[in-house]
Design a protein around this ligand. Structure first.
Ligand SMILES: NC(=O)c1ccc[n+]([C@@H]2O[C@H](COP(=O)([O-])OP(=O)(O)OC[C@H]3O[C@@H](n4cnc5c(N)ncnc54)[C@H](OP(=O)(O)O)[C@@H]3O)[C@@H](O)[C@H]2O)c1
Length: 285
């Protein structure tokens, strides 16, 4: 069974990737362009956020990079400037806004004001920052469940809500959130992470339907595994750093795909079906 799963899952994910790529190319052909757009990226100091910063900076976007650690963000800015200088490209020097997404909604709203003061508006908000969780439910402190929820769910929704009025006024904008495949399928020993990503999926699905009338797009990205520092920075049952790569977990042997293959395929079909139904319902509204 493991062998079958090893072949089918990459095939299905690869197929979905091709469809997304085709849609992206279609959009590019339609003239969508990134140059001069104001792009806000949270969690820009590492991993996926840092990579997004490289891609958007090379495309000459006006960037606002967010994170908790000013020194690490400054390193990213220096690297972007150096790369642009090497290739003799005229690019914008990114702005930095430093804040903790797990802080109160008031603090996040203040950060949103600072973000808006950089270029006066936001075209694309990429809610990327996040932390993961490794630990069984029996031993995970409720405070850890809350902390992960604060960073992965309440922080991004507070930031989004604080920036939305400006997008609504301009009748333009794109809100992106980096969720996870675990926002669709929950796997053991990651309860806080999977729960926060499920909540994220639901909130931004609602937002997409509510924002359509204001010409604001909402995209939920649900990646599978990407080699970044996410596992290293994951929190364990007592909130301490996990520091591992996800292979072992507090004495339990861990498999990334612990359920039978048919469960994943049925989840996938339900998810695709619900996407089709939702899109049909939106057309009827
Ligand atoms: N890697 C994967 O396999 C994978 C798969 C699916 C989805 N994702 C999602 O991709 C996103 C990016 O993760 P990554 O893989 O790039 O991990 P990463 O390398 O650990 O980067 C996480 C980023 O989030 C920031 N961050 C963490 N807690 C924060 C807080 N409380 N306030 C503000 N910023 C905070 C970190 O910044 P500082 O620590 O410098 O503040 C860092 O820049 C996450 O939402 C993650 O759930 C990752």
């Amino acid at each position: 069974m493991e062998r079958v799963m090893g072949g089918v899952v990459p095939l299905v994910l690869g197929g979905l990737g091709l469809v997304l790529l085709y849609r992206l190319l279609q959009r590019l052909q339609q003239g969508a362009t990134i140059q001069d757009t104001v792009v806000v990226i949270t969690g820009a100091s590492s991993g996926l956020g840092r990579e997004c910063a490289r891609v958007f900076h090379a495309a000459k976007a006006r960037l606002v990079l967010c994170g908790r650690d000013g020194a690490r963000l400054q390193d990213v800015v220096q690297e972007l400037i150096a790369t642009a200088a090497d290739s003799q490209q005229q690019t914008y020097t990114p702005c930095m806004v430093i804040f903790d997404l797990s802080d109160t909604a008031e603090v996040v709203a203040m950060a949103a004001k600072e973000i808006l003061s950089c270029y006066g508006h936001v075209d694309i908000l990429i809610n990327n920052a996040g932390i993961s969780h490794r630990g069984n439910i029996l031993e995970t402190h409720i405070s850890v469940q809350r902390d992960v929820m604060d960073t992965n769910y309440f922080g991004p929704i507070a930031l989004t809500q604080a920036l939305l009025p400006s997008m609504v006024r301009r009748h333009s904008g794109h809100v992106v959130v980096i969720s996870s495949v675990q926002g669709k399928i929950a796997i053991p020993y990651r309860s806080a992470y999977a729960a926060s990503k499920h909540a994220t999926q639901a909130y931004f699905d609602c937002l997409r339907a509510e924002m359509e009338r204001y010409n604001i797009q909402v995209t939920v990205v649900s990646p599978g595994y990407i080699r970044t520092n996410l596992s290293l920075n994951a929190v364990t049952c007592d909130g301490s750093k996990y520091g591992g790569n996800g292979e072992e977990l507090t004495g339990h042997s861990f498999s990334a795909f612990p359920l039978p293959l048919c469960n994943y395929i049925s989840h996938l079909f339900i998810s695709l079906l619900s996407t089709l139904v939702k899109s049909w319902m939106r057309q009827q509204l």
